[in-house]
Design a binder for this molecule. Structure first.
Ligand code: TRP
Ligand code: ZN
Length: 870
């Protein structure tokens, strides 16, 4: 019944390619007519059968070299043509299709967003517009003519340069666009609507002027500046760090409200979820600002890593995504704080990606088997993919890495490449052997490094005994040894770093772990050292080393590497949580280590030395972060113990928290790293203070005095989490002020969905009827429903199964309207093997109910099938 899976090993070069595509759009939300004239070229001289992909439109007509043509077969997803032998070498097809953008709730292909019309073609959305060779290794030149009503759609955009425009009858007008760079169909884009435009300009280092245009809904120009600044920063940064310059005369970004993902790198015409464009002090938090900068960078960087060099097939997705995430992370790190960026990225990877690798969806960064490509825009492809690039960077160093990049681009510019092409370029340019390293591309799962050590007091030698093991995953039983770069440092008891020596030579702080078990020896170590292991998270692995509390406190206080200090605190928190969870399960009293409280107090007292790190160290891991520590998750226990930890820290550090809170005074709102750091420290103090006696007073005042969204939301969050008396008032005030603005209301919806209250599910169900809510808007769904299912551990996993039933009901509806988003939302349910048997039964029951739905989408089917039939 369901479409067959595709396998990486089955890749074949195409028999035909398209060289030139002329698209004519007669736009209308209810009835759009698309005429696609395509020049084809035969690559395999044997073939007379041409299979084109296409579905979800009305097929009106086809012409072959200008004449009527009927030698084809149509099925639900393709059109197969039998070509006349004599003219199969080089020919033209003209295909007419009819679309209804207003009814396309899948947000793939051509669809209506608000009052405008736009496209989303990655991965396989172009085939919802017309029959085509919809595969990334078919690169063609595009020319696009758009005709539409002039008042409704004054702005008509597509890729490349505007080459002509004019008026036509019945109040219509038209614009013609031409993209000089051949591209795969997934990079095609079209936008029509009524927008305000922010204009700017960038001069490339070779002196070319590029027009920059940012399109936002009317009235939103006061939220467009930051995105534009971010774009210019990204353009400059890519020239300086990677030597890569923009290649067209115009770069356009359009913000739309209905979008399945973050943003899309269509050549010369990026389309963005408005969440990653719009910001001003009143509507966006510091976090939003930084996310915008990173996504703007990400899409811009795709121009080289993705567009100029694209992917041969979708199994190679990480070639562009892993690399581009690495690039955007480096951009954010060079622009802002490197340590903060690293810590936040690692937090995300350790929770979300590790969880994915432990789930039925586990796959290598280059998957072997795919049923629905949309299901593989994952944490693994993106974030773990970026870690794999980062490890190469660690092994090669910046200079040789950049030489590898230059070679990679020189060899593959204008082509559709593979992950192997990338690694091979890195290897040849650097001379570093990456043979074993390549296994990171084919092996899934999270490796575990088990480390022990020994110190010889007489010889003054220190040994690290390192072994690696990757446990079996859902997709792959047998695992091999990987090449793991393990970055370390050694400290003496006073926190002074020890030079790494072996036989008198200074040795690298990056150890090459390549075997099942290895011993690394260091000489002239005068006392037993404290090892800092996996510094900067030099590889995406789990670490098992039995640290003592004392050792961790030494690292927390003295390590030079900021990441190591933060990580030491994470381990201390984890130990406290584990111990207390066991205690609570055995009905014993909960306790908090006095040493750790003292250490926290020490960090807070010295906050001026490193404001941003202080905040990160003080931040208690989220429930979901703690959950990842366990094979079987106890939702109620984790929530209760975390709550205890939070209140204990608040009580014990109260005076100091209050003092710090009061000491930080900021009048004006500025987006600059120190200001952001101070705000976040002040606000973490506020989160703890909310749990103390005077919490209500302080939080209420904080809300009333806030002159920016970061502070407003901090107060609202504190009030909600600590269930303060003021919270209903504050929530109502916020709602009244922002109910007209869905994007801002998302913050409110997300907060409601993560309330600690026992009736939260009822509330969430009720909020689905709120006038600001819209079931067809993925941002709203993510804010309310995904926040509930992913962030409210206790309520979603309620032992009576009410959370699971709620989500299942939504998924049944969403299966029809937006399968791509449905398949993202189903994730928490397919991870049932992490819960106790009662919950497992309930979760499986929910999945079985889903699996019986008629017309189950490929997207949901693939995941449910993996979960239930593993
Ligand atoms: N290529 C986009 C990015 O990483 C991701 C993306 C945007 C996407 N929209 C999509 C992927 C729709 C699949 C479907 O920047
Ligand atoms: Zn991307």
């Amino acid at each position: 019944m369901h479409a067959k899976a595709k396998y990486r090993k089955d890749y074949k070069t195409p028999d035909f390619t398209a060289t030139d595509i002329f698209l004519d759009f007669q736009l209308d939300p209810q009835h759009t007519v698309v005429t696609a004239k395509t020049r084809f070229q035969r690559l395999n001289s044997e073939s007379t059968t041409l299979r084109l992909d296409g579905h979800s439109f009305q097929f009106a007509s086809i012409k072959f070299n200008g004449s009527d043509f009927s030698a084809y077969k149509q099925d639900g997803e393709s059109l197969t043509l039998t070509l006349p032998e004599e003219s199969a070498g080089d020919f033209e097809l003209e295909i007419v299709t009819i679309l209804v953008p207003a009814e396309n709730t899948s947000l793939q292909g051509l669809y209506q967003s608000g009052e405008g019309i736009c496209t989303q073609c990655e991965a396989e959305g172009f085939r919802q517009i017309t029959y085509s060779l919809d595969r990334p290794d078919v690169l063609a030149r595009y020319q696009v003519k758009i005709t539409a009503d002039k008042t409704r759609y004054p702005i008509l955009l597509s890729n490349g340069n505007r080459i002509a425009s004019g008026e036509s009858d019945k109040g219509q007008h038209w614009v013609e666009w031409q993209d000089p760079f051949p591209k795969p169909s997934y990079l095609f884009a079209l936008v029509a609507g009524d927008f305000d435009v922010l204009h700017d300009e960038f001069t490339t280092r070779s002196g070319r002027k590029v027009a920059l245009e940012l399109y936002v809904d009317r009235g939103n120009l006061n939220r467009a500046d930051w995105a534009m600044q971010s774009l210019k920063k990204a353009m400059k940064w890519d020239e300086e760090r990677f030597g890569l310059e923009y290649d067209l005369d115009i770069y356009m970004i359009v913000a739309v409200d209905f979008f399945n993902m973050g943003a899309m790198e269509n050549k010369g015409l990026n389309i963005f979820n408005s969440k990653y464009v719009l910001a001003n002090a009143q509507t966006a938090t510091d976090e939003d600002y930084l996310a915008i900068e990173s996504v703007i960078g990400h899409e811009y960087f795709h121009n080289w890593t993705g567009n100029r060099v694209t992917c041969r097939d979708w199994f190679q997705l990480s070639l562009k995504e892993g690399l581009t995430v690495f690039r955007d992370q480096e951009f954010s790190s060079d622009t802002g704080s490197r340590a903060v960026n690293r810590i936040n990225n690692v937090k995300f990877l350790r929770t979300a990606q590790f969880a994915e690798d432990a789930s039925p969806m586990s796959h290598p960064i280059r998957p072997e088997k795919v049923l629905e490509m949309n299901n593989f825009y994952t944490m693994t492809i993106y974030e773990k993919g970026a870690e794999v690039i980062r490890m190469m960077h660690t092994l090669l160093g910046e200079k040789r890495f950049q030489q590898g990049m230059q070679l990679y681009i020189a060899e593959n510019d204008g082509k559709a490449a593979t992950c192997e092409d990338f690694v091979s370029a890195m290897e040849r340019a650097s001379g570093v052997d990456l043979t074993q390293f390549r296994r990171w591309y084919s092996q899934s799962g999270t490796p575990k490094l088990t480390i022990s050590d020994s110190y010889d007091e007489k010889k003054h030698t220190y040994q690290l005994i390192v072994s690696q093991l990757t446990p079996p995953t859902a997709d792959q039983m047998d695992k091999v040894n990987l090449h793991i770069p393990l970055k370390i440092a050694l400290y003496d008891k006073n926190g002074i770093p020890i030079t790494l020596l072996n036989n008198g030579d200074v040795v690298s702080d990056v150890l090459n772990v390549t075997q099942k078990k290895q011993v690394f020896e260091f000489h002239s170590v005068s006392s037993r050292p404290v090892p800092a292991l996996l510094c900067d998270f030099s590889a995406p692995v789990k670490l098992d080393y039995h640290y003592s509390t004392e050792q961790l406190i030494t690292l927390l206080k003295f390590a030079q590497n900021e990441f190591v200090r933060w990580d030491a605190m994470q381990m201390l928190f984890a130990a406290e949580l584990r111990r207390n969870l066991t205690a609570s399960q055995q009905g014993e009293e909960l306790t908090f280590s006095a040493e750790i409280l003292t250490a926290l107090s020490h960090v807070l007292a010295n906050y001026k030395e490193n404001v941003e790190l202080t905040t990160l160290i003080l931040t208690l891991p989220k429930e979901t972060e703690f959950a990842e520590l366990f094979k079987t998750i106890d939702p109620d226990g984790i929530v209760a113990v975390r709550d205890f930890m939070q209140r204990t820290i608040a009580e014990n550090l109260r005076a100091q928290l209050l003092e710090t809170y009061n000491a930080i005074q900021q009048e004006e709102y500025r987006i600059d790293i120190l200001d952001i750091a101070l705000r976040s420290l002040k606000n973490i103090c506020l989160q703890y203070l909310a749990f103390t006696e005077t919490g209500n007073l302080i939080v209420n005042k904080h809300y009333l005095h806030a002159n920016n969204m970061t502070d407003t939301l901090a107060a609202l969050t504190a009030a909600t989490k600590a269930q303060l008396g003021c919270r209903e008032n504050l929530l109502r005030d916020f709602e009244e002020k922002w109910q007209h603005d869905g994007l801002v209301m998302d913050k409110w919806f997300a907060l409601q969905a993560t309330r600690p209250d026992s009736n939260v599910l009822e509330l969430v169900q009720h909020l689905m009827l709120h006038p600001s809510f819209n079931f067809n808007n993925p941002n709203r769904l993510r804010a309310l429903v995904a926040s509930f299912a992913n962030q409210n551990l206790k309520a979603f996993h309620a032992a009576n199964g009410s959370g699971y039933r709620f989500l299942t009901d939504i998924l049944i509806k969403l299966n029809e309207t937006n399968p791509q988003v449905a398949a993202r939302l189903v994730e928490p349910l397919i991870r049932f093997n992490r819960y106790d048997s009662q919950r497992q039964t309930l979760m499986k029951r929910a999945l079985e109910r889903l699996s019986e739905v008629e017309d189950l989408s490929k997207d949901l089917y693939e995941k449910i099938d993996k979960a239930l039939n593993a």
